[in-house]
Design a protein around this ligand. Sequence first.
Ligand SMILES: O=C([O-])CC(=O)C(=O)O
Ligand SMILES: [Mg+2]
Length: 261
Amino acid sequence: MSFNYLKAAKKIICIGRNYAAHIKELNNPIPKQPFFFLKPLSSVVTPISQVQRPKVLPNGFSYCGLNDDGTNSSPIFVPNGVTVHHEIELALIMDKYISNVSPSDFGPQDVYDSISGVSLALDLTARNVQNEAKKKGLPWSIGKGFDTFCPISEFIPKEHLKEDSRNLQNVFRLTCSVNGVKKQDGTSDLMLNSLHKIIQHISTMISLEPGDIILTGTPAGVGELHPGDNIQGELYYRDKKLIDMCFECKVRPGPYFYKET
Ligand SMILES: O=C([O-])CC(=O)C(=O)O
Ligand SMILES: [Mg+2]
């Protein structure tokens, strides 16, 4: 398992409002069609560990590219004046070009063939920035796209999921804990739009390319992150842990301070 897969990504596409209990907790309407937004690749960070030391950044920088091995080991940076929420999500890693596919041509069994594997990600969200954007009809780019707002795990090749190659919809469980307290614990069978529907639907508007990363929405239990917090995410395949990841939160360097638009 490695982080090399991150070097191949051309875009990160995130499905919103894909779990009923999360829609309810934020008082949002249930979308009539799946909707999505993009996160910039510069928002990707990977865990700091014994092996992966923090990337040395030029003074004041919060991003300066991935290392040769795909890592960008970094804490999560909390921008000044921003309410940052954690959203734990299953990520699909695309293996094929998928373009303009009809619903009748893409079923649950096609997901396994179209991905190279999966990983675990956090769709970090500047909730106060997003709330203002929602109210004023402005884009979500800032609310979802700050540097370090896409912490992501090592790659899990699909061969690790072989037993269920005909249907991956019901096999995943994802959890998120902050300072040792479990906040999110959801299973992929609760998704409103299934994995095959997500891939097919995106492809009718934006072609998916090998390496692209799709975040599939967050289950209930989102909440705030503050400088000094430690956050841990875990991804399970049925009862077996596939991967975990840990990040520390720090204050974002630089002059940014949230002000109403
Ligand atoms: O910001 C939101 O609530 C939408 C979203 O990303 C999700 O549901 O995962
Ligand atoms: Mg999300």
